[in-house]
Design a protein around this ligand. Structure first.
Ligand SMILES: Nc1ncnc2c1ncn2[C@@H]1O[C@H](COP(=O)(O)OP(=O)(O)OP(=O)(O)O)[C@@H](O)[C@H]1O
Ligand SMILES: [Mg+2]
Length: 457
């Protein structure tokens, strides 16, 4: 049986379609060459269009490529016969090949996806595609044929994660085969045609050495962060959208001992842990009927029953913050996460608000005490106006004084001008205070290393 419900069936007469092209094999005298080429091209385009119309994106996504090519070829033959368009075997195969390639790939987006310098792809309707290259956003010359072409690609992206995107469910989060994160918004919410935002998956994970090379931090800051990761501090990475939080989290995760069991909880899996013992969990959105949603909080609670040594949450956004603090406070030290906020102090307030929303009735002071006991360090990432992504602040959470959480800025980046290359310049202000986690440094034998790194900074 065919995987396409409409295969082999005669479609209802599509009123919007052009009338069938005159059959080329008519007894009339053959038209001049150029015209013949044109009508033939028009016929091919018609077959192509009908073929696309009759295929079910869900079925396409679940059919193996080689079988799909055969099915498409059969469909093309059916359409050609029905429309009395003459296509020879080679043409049928080549059209089927093109279609399958277009169907399984992402059409015009393919070239952008293959360009490793591009970090983000932002599609604002079929004719405006912006890309981010080296931290700068620019308009790309690449376009879709029309809205239908773009919608088609969107359906394919959604179908790959078992979703459909249409007026009734106009927002979809998905992931491409290569791991890139995608968000799609359809009309009527998207006023100028479908919008697609792609955060490309970095094939080669960026480690601390690379971050130093990119100018995101000095070698001394990198060294200090490495030590923080090794001595199992509970760390929060704070920053705005696209500031490099996930990248930093990935770099930090490389400091984890390969013997540890790590459970990761994410909304869209982006973490690239290199350790052998990693258990990855991903949330599930509600179905169209509004059922079956699994939130980060659900996963977080489950994660704690999986005997983790550390738990890593891709990004805390809501009530799972409470469970994260619990994990950090109950022997899963070395747990890490990211949060959307503008300063390290702001990150604490955000976490406090998240906990408050999830567990009504807990007094502020109790929440703060729990935060102060759980979180050791907060790292602030920022995308700055020259396009550079930098670590701008590293703060230690020292404890409580009255109702206030006390913090100490271990590093604070102070900008002092623009270099000849147009890049911003800055230096780190360093705090020489003894960290509150001194005993931990001693326990892991990293006290000297820390002192040396701070000495050089
Ligand atoms: N220091 C850096 N130098 C150059 N590029 C970087 C740097 N840090 C991150 N990037 C790139 O910037 C992009 C955004 O990074 P990342 O995904 O880590 O940001 P984010 O803060 O987690 O974003 P979001 O808020 O969307 O989750 C990625 O393509 C990443 O490869
Ligand atoms: Mg991120």
């Amino acid at each position: 049986m065919s995987v396409f419900p409409t295969f082999g069936q005669r479609p209802a007469a599509p009123s919007a379609l052009p009338p069938p092209a005159p059959a080329q094999a008519s007894e009339d005298a053959p038209p001049p060459r150029a015209e013949q080429g044109q009508t033939h091209a028009a016929s091919m385009a018609e077959v192509r269009m009908l073929c696309l119309q009759r295929m079910d994106p869900m079925a396409v996504a679940s059919t193996p490529p080689d079988r799909l090519a055969l099915e498409v070829e059969r469909l093309i033959a059916d359409i050609a016969t029905e429309k009395r368009i003459q296509l020879n075997g080679r043409e049928q195969r080549s059209l089927a090949g093109d279609l399958v390639h277009d169907m399984l790939g992402l059409g015009p987006l393919e070239t952008l996806l293959q360009d490793d310098l591009i970090a983000d792809i932002m599609v604002n309707g079929p004719h405006r595609i912006f890309i981010e290259r080296r931290g700068k956003v620019e308009l790309s010359p690449i376009r879709f044929r029309d809205t239908a072409h773009l919608s088609n690609i969107c359906q394919r992206i959604a179908a790959a994660v078992g979703r459909r995107v249409d007026e009734s469910s106009p927002m979809v989060d998905a992931r491409l085969k290569d791991g890139s994160r995608v968000n799609i918004v359809f009309p009527p919410l998207a006023l100028d045609g479908p919008y697609v935002s792609i955060r490309k998956f970095t094939k080669k994970p960026i480690d601390f050495a690379k971050l130093v090379e990119f100018g995101a931090m000095t070698p001394q800051v990198a060294r200090v962060l490495e030590i923080a990761g090794r001595c199992r501090l509970n760390i929060i990475i704070s920053g705005g959208t696209g500031s490099g939080k996930t990248t930093l989290l990935n770099a930090l995760s490389r400091m984890i001992d390969p013997g540890e069991r790590i459970v990761t909880v994410e909304d869209a899996a982006e973490l690239q842990l290199q350790q052998p013992h990693v258990v990855r969990l991903e949330t599930r959105p509600a179905s169209l009927e509004g059922r079956g949603e699994i939130t980060q909080r659900d996963l977080m609670r489950n994660a704690l029953r999986m005997r983790p040594d550390r738990v890593i949450i891709g990004e805390v956004r809501a009530s799972e913050a409470f469970d994260m603090l619990q994990a950090m406070n109950t022997g899963h030290d070395g747990s890490m996460s990211t949060v959307h906020s503008n300063t390290t102090r702001d990150a604490l307030t955000r976490i406090e608000n998240m906990v408050q929303m999830g567990s009504m009735g807990l007094p502020s002071r109790a929440i703060r005490t729990q935060i102060a006991g759980a979180v050791h360090m907060i790292i602030q990432a920022e995308r700055q106006r020259d396009g550079g992504r930098r670590v701008t602040q590293v703060s230690e959470v020292c404890g409580m004084e009255g109702d206030v959480i006390i913090m100490n800025d271990i590093f604070q980046l102070e900008m002092n001008g623009v270099g000849p290359d147009g890049r911003l310049r800055g230096t780190y202000k360093v705090s020489r205070a003894r960290p509150g986690f001194q005993s931990r440094l001693q326990y892991f034998g990293l006290e000297r290393a820390w002192a040396a790194a701070m000495e050089e900074a």
